[in-house]
Design a protein around this ligand. Structure first.
Ligand code: CP
Length: 336
């Protein structure tokens, strides 16, 4: 198995053909995703929102974990690229009869799918699938375990770029349940590659992995200190469904120390923006006055998610097609 995800997701000439992780991708490639997404935002503001880039292609949405934002915006993105979209209802699928993940995927391949968008509870699931599907089927990671949520990270990067002008030089705090957060990991890689001045991760010791600073961030246990000079404050959801042990004294204690209130936000730069990938636990990570307040860009993140997912799907499909053409050309030259 190829253990370097940044290699498996690229063609021989460095184009995207799967999107599994932000880790290891170049600044140029991440910037290309953001620029392409920017170009799709204007198409989303037209009365006719569709473009024909994926006409004739079939995209299968496979969500083995629940989702509102990611699943809906991938579906809209595929439709707005003119693809046919198949939403497999996992609860009603043959998965409940014991069919394996790979058998499910091979059957969907037999239905001439060109792209799988996959959310799965196991870290590494998207990478595993990319290793095992037939060539020319693109895999887009919609969140795997605690590992990565690369399209969420890229829509977050687009949000920062559009609201703060650039990512370069910005001080960004990521706050809360870092331990279980695939979003935080993907954000840290993208922020560092795109030139953020400082990435701070903030939370209680029980929710900050000991080796987190190795990813290129600074750990803070004091939220007040971490907010100083911040341009961007990203709040995370407490992932109670992934907590096997008691990692917190209580939600009210967590909110007192790490919840974002109007008073706490005043410690950041006056023009700081507030983000959250959703779903929000109001009164646990963030108070409603902040979530719905003037510095919040939380719903803008959701809107930009359509454009970012359109960009990633269009780029991966184009990468797959160019690889297929190169293979056919090489085969023709060998046979000639
Ligand atoms: N941000 C995010 O992944 O939300 P969903 O779980 O609703 O897709």
């Amino acid at each position: 198995m190829n253990t370097d995800p940044s290699q498996i997701q690229l063609t021989a000439d460095g184009r995207l053909k799967h999107f599994l992780t932000t880790e290891g991708l170049s600044k140029d490639l991440l910037t290309e995703i953001l620029d392409t997404a920017d170009s799709f935002i204007s198409t989303q503001e037209r009365s006719v929102k569709k473009v024909p880039l994926l006409r004739g292609k079939t995209v299968a949405n496979l969500f083995f974990e629940n989702s509102t934002r990611t699943r809906s915006t991938f579906e809209l993105a595929a439709k707005r690229l003119s693809a046919d979209i198949l939403n497999l209802d996992i609860q009603r699928s043959a998965t409940s009869k014991g069919e394996t993940l790979m058998d499910t995927l091979w059957n969907l391949e037999a239905m001439y799918s060109d792209m799988f968008v996959v959310r799965h509870a196991d870290s590494g699931a998207a990478h595993f699938i990319a290793e095992h599907v037939t060539p020319n089927v693109a895999i887009i990671n919609a969140g795997d375990g605690r590992h990565a949520h690369p399209t969420q990270a890229m829509l977050d990067m687009l949000t920062i770029r559009r609201h703060k002008g650039s990512i370069e030089g910005k001080v960004v705090a990521i706050v809360g349940d870092i331990l279980h957060s695939r979003v935080a990991r993907s954000q840290i890689h993208a922020l560092n590659t795109l030139g953020a001045a400082e990435v701070r991760v903030v939370g209680p010791a029980t929710l900050l992995p000991r080796d987190i600073e190795a990813l290129g961030c600074k750990a803070y246990y004091d939220f007040n200190l971490a907010l100083r000079d911040c341009d961007v404050v990203i709040m995370l959801r407490l992932q109670k469904e992934r907590m096997q042990n008691a990692l917190l004294p209580s939600e009210s204690e967590f909110f007192k120390l790490y919840g974002l209130t109007t008073e706490k936000l005043a410690l950041a730069n006056p023009d700081a923006i507030v983000m959250h990938p959703g779903p929000i636990n109001r009164g646990v990570e963030i108070e409603s006055a902040v979530a719905d307040g003037p510095q919040s860009v939380i719903l803008n993140q959701v809107s930009y998610g359509i454009a970012v997912r359109m960009a990633v799907m269009a780029m991966a499909m184009s990468g797959q097609q160019s690889e297929q053409q190169a293979e056919q050309q090489a085969k023709g030259e060998t046979e000639a």
